[in-house]
Each structure stands twice: as C-alpha cells, then as structure tokens.
Design a binder for this molecule. Structure first.
Ligand code: PMP
Length: 437
C-alpha cells in the first residue's frame, strides 16, 4: 500500500521533502501529518481537488470542515473578488460585518449579540473568559475527547490526555480548574454537578459529540447538561465550530431544541476564509461593551484582534450563509452522506469486513475496529461503545494504510478517518468513493 502510494505521488513526496526543511514535521496543522508524506494540493473545485502530480481526488477534507459548498463556489469567489478590489482590510467598522452579523442572528436561535474572532480557538477562549468574568467562578467542565481548539485551557481531556493531564508546555497549575466528564455518563455528570456545580463557571461541549459525532452524544445527555447548568448558574457553551450551519441552518442547537448561553462558531461561518465568532446572550456579551460594563460597575473584558471581521472573510461568509439559508444545500449534503454511509457499509458486508461506517448529518466515520469487536455494519451501535473504543488513536497502522490506499485510488478522507461531505458531492463522487473503498 505504501509503495503504491509513493509511486502514485512523486511530486507530493518532493514537496514534503522541502516542507520538512521549513516546518516541524513538515506540516502546518497536526491533522495533516501522515507518513510517508501528505498530498501537496495544487487546486480544487467543487467536491474535487488535484495534487501537484495532476492526480484528481474526491475531497473529504473539506477545508477541515469549512467548505459545505465545496471548493471555489462561484458565488463565494465572486463575493471575495468584489471585496478584494475594494480593499482587503480597513481596521475599521464596515457594512459587511453588520450584514454578516444579521445573517448569523437570523439563523442561529440563541444569537442575541456577537463578537467576531479569527478562529474557533479564539472563540472558545473568549467564551471561557466571558463566562468566568460573568460568574466570578474559575472551573471549566469539559467532556472527555471533545476538542475546542489548541489554547491552554482546552489542552486537557483530548486524545492522549484522557486522564486530565495537560499537553506539553501547558501549566500543570491549570489542571485544578478543569473537570472532565465522560460523554453520556449521566450519573457522573449529576455527581460532579452536585459536588462542584457552584464553583463551575462554564461547561463546554461539541453538541453532537466529539469530532462531529465520532463519539455521538445522546440527546438526553445534552438536555441533562442544560438542566444541570441552568440549576447551578453555569454558563453553557455549545461549541458549534463544526456543527454550525452544517447540522441545520441554526446548528445542533436548532435540532436539539436547546438554547445554550453562548455558542462558538468558525469554519462554515466564514465560507472557507479565516474567521470565528462567539455569539449568545446579550447580558453576557455586553461585558465586552465599555458603557454597559461601566453601568454594571465592572471592568470590561478586553478583546482585540487585527483581523476580526476581516472584510474578505465577511464577504465569503455572507455569500455562503445566504446560500445555506435560501437553498436546500444542507439537506442535499445530509442526503449524500446517508447514501454514502449505506453504500460503504454494503462494501463491508459484501467483503465480510468487521468494520462499520456511521455518522449523522454530513458525517462519515469509519470504525476500523482496532479492538476486533464482534460486529457487523448492521449490528454496530456507536452509542454502545465509549470514547476510548471510538477514538481511534491517530497513526494506527490500519487507519494510515486506509487513508493512503484511498488516496492512491483517488479519494482523500479526513484523518479520523472519514470526513464531512459537501452539498456539491453527487452520484459521480459517491460511485468513485465506493469503488475505491
Ligand atoms: N472547536 C471545534 C469543535 C473544532 O473542531 C475546532 C477545529 N477543528 C476548533 C474548535 C478550533 O477551531 P480553529 O481551528 O478555527 O481554531
């Protein structure tokens, strides 16, 4: 498998040789790291992309989940080009940011006010700060395996650190402020809230489960979290960086019928350009307002950011969100994913491979059964397993081989493995994916 991949991608191999002289590990995002080398991409359009050797791929990387309309959507590129000619950045208020905000508020049920950031990481950092300032409390409640960006406070309970120890370079002293609960552990959540509820400033989660449903959450667990946080005055943050504008126009909160206090957004929000936002309750976000904070007798929360609400990101975000609001794009992406999951499970059944393809909405998760459990695709129930079974350690040999073999056969899955689909994937992409699989 490895030598076939190397023979297929000599240009990517050469590009990686050079990249290793510039970048640690030869990559600029950990998830792009794979041996013998990652693909070097030259261009992309719709659901497809091409590497530097001219090989074509069905794309399931989707810009790390930012591209529900596929690559280079004509409405998005036109909006960006139009803005580009008027200037890339003003360092000032502009009308696009207002239109962008209006759209977000019209789509996301809990968005009363918002503040734009540059990324999802910045959005979760600000949500945490707002919650701590508002409550005067210190503790942060997290779910094991849930990812909220790479800043210090979220460097606990992630893959490799389920025991609650921080990742390298993060202060040990922060550990005492982080409380971890297992996903779907209702008794554990109740006990933790009974013991510490009044010290907790904020609870944050990926509302459909970690890695966009790779470890799915029961709806009842999320509802319990809403009840318990409300009871104890804890600020509940839905991290909808991935699920926002993907699970539904209003994100997972619309489908669950739950109103979080704050929501973090990024990825689709900015239509494939850099951008993020923290949105939610007016009384909480007013802590960023100099006059409102002063009227309450508190110091405002500082927040800068050179590229906040960058006009190019705003233009791409508006063009994308308008399409998602006015067309059936989200529903088409969901339908494609359901068809693909079912067709891939057909392949597994036909070949008697004890794996399963699962997911909801636009998710494609491939359970490669590293523990060799006695399952079939039709008997597989991810809710019956825990995060440790479902979160395949990155770099597990079978996952790497699967990713490389799929690439040799013209399909680029995301590394967890699988990948979110876009509204531009259709029958040709489905057939190509199934044939490669
Ligand atoms: N939260 C979630 C749920 C994410 O998936 C990610 C990124 N994959 C982030 C936060 C961080 O967003 P960003 O990469 O824009 O900093």
């Amino acid at each position: 498998i490895v030598s076939a991949f190397i023979a297929h991608t000599p240009g990517s191999a050469a590009a990686y040789e050079e990249a290793r002289t510039h970048f640690p590990g030869g990559v600029t995002h950990d998830a792009r790291y794979v041996r013998p080398h990652p693909l070097a991409i030259a261009r992309a359009a719709g659901p497809r992309k091409w590497d530097v050797d001219g090989n074509e791929y069905v794309d399931y990387a989707g810009g790390h989940g930012a591209l529900i309309l596929g690559h280079a959507h004509p409405a998005v590129t036109a909006a960006v080009a139009e803005q580009l000619a008027k200037g890339t950045h003003y360092g000032a208020n502009h009308t696009l940011e207002t239109r962008w905000a209006e759209l977000v508020k019209s789509m996301v049920p809990s968005a009363e006010m918002l503040r734009f950031t540059n990324s999802g990481t910045e959005a979760t950092l600000m949500a945490l700060r707002v919650a701590r300032a508002a409550t005067g409390r210190t503790k942060l409640l997290r779910l094991r395996g849930h990812f909220h960006g790479w800043h210090d406070h979220m460097a606990f309970g992630v893959t490799g650190h389920f025991d609650g120890t921080p990742t390298p370079g993060v202060l040990e002293a922060l550990t005492e402020n982080v409380l971890l609960v297992d996903p779907n552990d209702e008794a554990g959540l109740r006990a933790l809230m009974a013991a510490h509820g009044d010290e907790i400033a904020v609870a944050i989660l990926e509302p459909t489960g970690s890695s966009y449903g790779q470890v799915p959450l029961r709806d009842s667990f999320v509802h319990l979290l809403r009840e318990e946080t409300a009871k104890h005055g804890v600020v509940l943050v839905f991290d909808e960086v991935v699920t926002g504008f993907r699970v539904a126009r209003g994100g997972a909160q619309e489908v669950l019928g739950i109103r979080p206090d704050l929501t973090t957004l990024a990825k689709i929000l900015a239509g494939g350009l850099p951008g993020g936002a923290v949105v939610g309750r007016r009384d909480l976000l007013e802590l960023l307002d100099p006059e409102r904070a002063a009227a309450r007798g508190v110091e405002k929360i500082p927040h800068q950011g050179t590229y906040n609400a960058n006009p190019l990101s705003a233009a791409a975000g508006i063009a994308t969100l308008e399409i998602l609001r006015d067309t059936d794009a989200i529903a088409r992406a969901h339908a494609y994913a359901a068809e693909l999951r079912s067709a891939m499970n057909g392949v597994l059944e036909e070949l008697s491979v004890p794996w399963a393809v699962y997911g909801s909405n636009t998710g494609i998760h491939i359970f490669t059964n590293w523990k060799k459990l006695p399952i079939t695709p039709s008997s597989f129930d991810p809710l019956a397993l825990g995060y440790a079974d479902l979160k395949v350690p990155r770099g597990t040999q079978v996952v790497t081989k699967l990713l490389l073999a799929m690439r040799t056969h013209g399909v680029d899955f995301s590394p967890w493995p699988g990948g979110p689909v876009s509204a531009m994937h259709g029958p040709a992409e489905r057939d190509a994916t199934v044939a490669a699989f």
